[in-house]
Design a protein around this ligand. Structure first.
Ligand SMILES: Cc1ncc(COP(=O)(O)O)c(C=O)c1O
Length: 402
């Protein structure tokens, strides 16, 4: 009965069947279509129009902050936050080795040096102890990333930042709506950076936003992405040497995100419910563990929740590829996601003298042993289907674990 499908047993799902049940991404709402048509006909397509202005206050409030500035993507948001904080040539910025490469490239775009450190293998976010070990007199900022489905340990990170007088820019590209200790992701540090790229929990195809509570910083971030224009002091110049960029956002993007924001809570709760069921059903499954979060009770945004293979608990010779193949035959599609730490990405072509890399064994271990679930899969509301997903993973792991 428990013979693997890959060995001729009965699959738990037919692949097509499960894929058809998973809600499509991105979500499309009829009210958004109306707004887009109105914007199109109205002709005010960009330039901080009414929808962007609404989002500036309402998304900031949604994410627990006072201000937000909108721009082209979640890479230039990191760059602008660093520029606005005065990070530049000669400065070092500490980043985790597990993230999208943008986290480490943004310091380079600002003229600074990224310093890559290891992660905590349990929550997959930057390891606070490794931050402290990497601090030098040149260190100016830290970019913790709330990765996959975890919020980094912000209490420890903020204590280190305070002790060493460092800025913190939180990379919240995976953390829309997430919170720790009742405080929303992106509000612990000086600024929080969000991406609205197509795969993200909220998306306009592309897009980015920086939140902050600091009015002066908001003003500088706004200038940094609006070629020096100010919203608070229109007609005034940025200070000499503060070179700004044209990274503007459009009204079409703003209207799309605005409607998603109104639906975000419902989707957040659906993902949490599905993940709680899945996590409970898999709690005794051998050979895998589940990504934790930075603090118990975190309100987690399940972007790409991760299951991690415990290689020591697998039978000799079993590889992740074999497990993926077996899962595929059962009809359950788990993904590799980005297959490598950022410094091993095929896109990472930064010369060695331009960055510092500390030893990162946990980054390698996590990235080469991850089974990823997409966030739209955990929008499933049918408990029987979720139970079957768990059954398939459990079946495969029991076969391959010692
Ligand atoms: C952790 C993280 N930071 C930053 C980014 C950059 O966002 P964008 O693609 O919008 O530039 C991404 C995008 O995948 C990301 O995953």
């Amino acid at each position: 009965m428990n013979k693997l499908a890959i060995e001729g047993g009965t699959p738990i799902f037919g692949t097509r069947k499960l894929m058809e049940l998973i809600p499509p991404w991105p979500p499309r709402y009829p009210e958004t279509e109306e707004k887009l048509l109105e914007i199109y006909r109205g002709g005010k397509w960009s330039g901080c129009g009414p929808w962007e202005q609404k989002l500036m206050t309402e998304f900031a409030a949604f994410q627990g902050a006072k201000y937000s500035s909108w721009m082209a993507n979640g890479t230039v948001t990191l760059q602008c936050a660093l520029l606005a904080l005065g990070v530049g040539p000669g400065d070092e910025v500490i980043v985790p080795g597990v993230s999208w490469i943008a986290t480490a490239e943004a310091p380079l775009y600002a003229g600074a040096t990224p310093v890559i450190v290891d992660i905590d293998p349990e929550n997959c976010c930057i390891d606070p102890e490794k931050i402290e070990e990497a601090i030098t007199p040149r260190t100016k900022a830290i970019i913790p990333v709330h990765i996959f489905s975890a919020v980094a340990d912000m209490k420890k990170i903020m204590a280190i930042a305070k002790k060493h007088k460092l800025y913190v820019v939180e990379d919240c590209a995976h953390a829309h709506g997430a919170a720790q200790g009742g405080r929303k992701a992106g509000t612990f540090g000086q600024a929080g950076s969000f991406s609205f790229q197509l795969s993200k929990l909220m998306t306009a195809g592309e897009g980015g936003c920086c939140i902050t509570d600091d009015e002066a910083l908001h003003e500088r971030i706004f200038r940094a992405c609006h070629i020096g224009n100010s919203r608070i002091h229109p007609g005034t110049r940025p200070e000499e040497g503060f070179i700004c960029h044209q990274f503007r956002f459009t009204e079409f993007q703003a209207a799309i995100i605005y409607d998603q924001m109104l639906h975000a809570k419902e989707l957040h709760e659906r993902r949490k419910k599905a993940m709680a069921l899945l996590a409970g059903l898999l709690s005794d499954t051998p050979g895998i563990r589940q990504q934790s979060s930075g603090a118990p009770g975190d309100d987690r945004a399940y972007y790409f929740p991760a299951f991690l293979l415990e290689t020591k608990a697998l039978k000799k010779g079993v590889t992740r590829a074999m497990i993926f193949d077996a899962l595929k035959a059962e009809g359950v599609l788990f993904h590799e996601g980005w297959g490598a730490p950022l410094y091993a990405s095929t896109m990472w072509n930064v010369p060695q003298k331009a960055y510092v890399k500390h030893p990162t064994p946990n980054c390698d271990d996590v990235m080469y042993n991850r089974l990823m679930v997409t966030h739209n899969a955990v929008l499933l509301t049918n408990d029987d289907i979720i139970s079957k997903v768990a059954e398939a993973l459990d079946k495969v792991m029991r076969h391959y674990a010692k």
